[in-house]
Design a protein around this ligand. Structure first.
Ligand SMILES: C[S@@+](CC[C@H](N)C(=O)[O-])C[C@H]1O[C@@H](n2cnc3c(N)ncnc32)[C@H](O)[C@@H]1O
Length: 287
């Protein structure tokens, strides 16, 4: 068992972890999750750069995108336990500066910055020595006052809900802490992709080990191909994943196996469904 500063005892650890996928729009689905029921959120929302996610339009007018962002972040704050962490993978620089937009909203909601991790996707120290064409150099020289640099990393904002400390013994190993302790992580992106924009398992794996304890509850509101959930299955954490696109269900089953996985269409809010949900969340409750 774990306890927080106020001595409240979190959910007794179950020997069997639970994993549940809810198919629906996270803005609605998160509203049905009880307050303070999740210890950690690890996710990568759509970047609004026109990626084809099927049901989701990834090129909203910026005001609509920011409204979506505010809605899910507000729910994230509500359902996180005191001291719980929110880890959000975002582009470091994009035309709409969505990293900074997310950060501003998070601060307004009451989150505090724990760290900003640079996820370096390729070894730029070697790539920097590759020849560059005269044409590219000229183009940069001509436009240098207006141009940014090539993007070699994405960010992961790690935020905390208020200042409460969650206590408990972590399962972090010596070698893991030694290798991950700096806020720059070199992790190759996935080459073999069943989904248009997955992150590599190593990313949620590190975040989950650093910022949650065995048996705690992890949520990914933009589940995609289920990478966060897969990491939770490996690491002995409960997990909930929300995904809008029902066409990803088969891929999710292939990725995650059929064993202990529950999949619900969250848009069919029948009373039987609600009762089932209540049962499931009892397992997740932090009294
Ligand atoms: C960047 S991808 C996440 C990829 C994931 N990290 C992985 O490793 O596969 C974003 C996902 O969010 C889903 N999505 C978009 N809008 C959503 C919403 N409102 N609610 C739930 N899921 C949504 C998209 O269909 C897409 O699969």
């Amino acid at each position: 068992m774990t306890s927080d500063d106020s001595g409240r005892i979190a959910t007794p650890l179950s020997s069997k972890m639970k994993h549940k996928i809810l198919i629906g729009d996270c803005r609605q689905v998160m509203k049905n999750l009880p307050p303070a029921s999740v210890h950690l959120i690890v996710t990568s929302p759509p970047y609004n750069v026109g990626i084809g996610y099927g049901k989701w339009t990834d090129d909203l007018p910026i005001e609509e995108y920011l409204e979506l962002t505010r809605t899910w972040l507000t729910e994230a704050y509500r359902i996180l336990a005191d001291g719980g962490k929110l880890c959000v993978n975002l582009p470091a620089d994009d035309p709409n500066s969505i990293l900074f937009e997310h950060f501003n909203i998070m601060k307004q909601l009451g989150f505090r910055l724990v760290c900003n991790i640079a996820w370096v996707k390729w070894d730029w120290s070697r790539a920097g020595k590759f020849a560059i064409s005269k044409w590219k150099l000229d183009k940069f020289r001509y436009h240098s006052m207006n141009r940014g640099l090539l993007s070699a990393y994405e960010s992961v904002l790690v935020m905390q809900k208020n200042h409460a400390t969650l206590k408990g013994r972590s399962d972090l190993k010596y070698e893991e802490f030694r290798d991950w302790k700096y806020n720059v992580w070199l992790i190759s992106p996935l080459k073999d992709r069943a989904h248009p924009a997955p992150y590599p398992m190593e990313l949620p794996r590190r975040l989950i080990k650093l910022y949650s304890l065995p048996g705690q509850n992890v949520l990914d509101p933009f589940l995609g191909s289920g990478t966060t959930m897969k990491a939770c299955m490996e690491l002995g954490r409960n997990s909930i994943g929300i995904e809008l696109n029902p066409d990803y269900v088969e891929m999710l089953k292939r990725q995650l196996g059929y064993g202990s996985l529950e999949i619900e269409n969250a848009e069919q809010m029948t009373s039987a469904f609600r009762q089932q949900q209540a049962e499931f969340y009892r397992h997740f409750r932090i009294p």
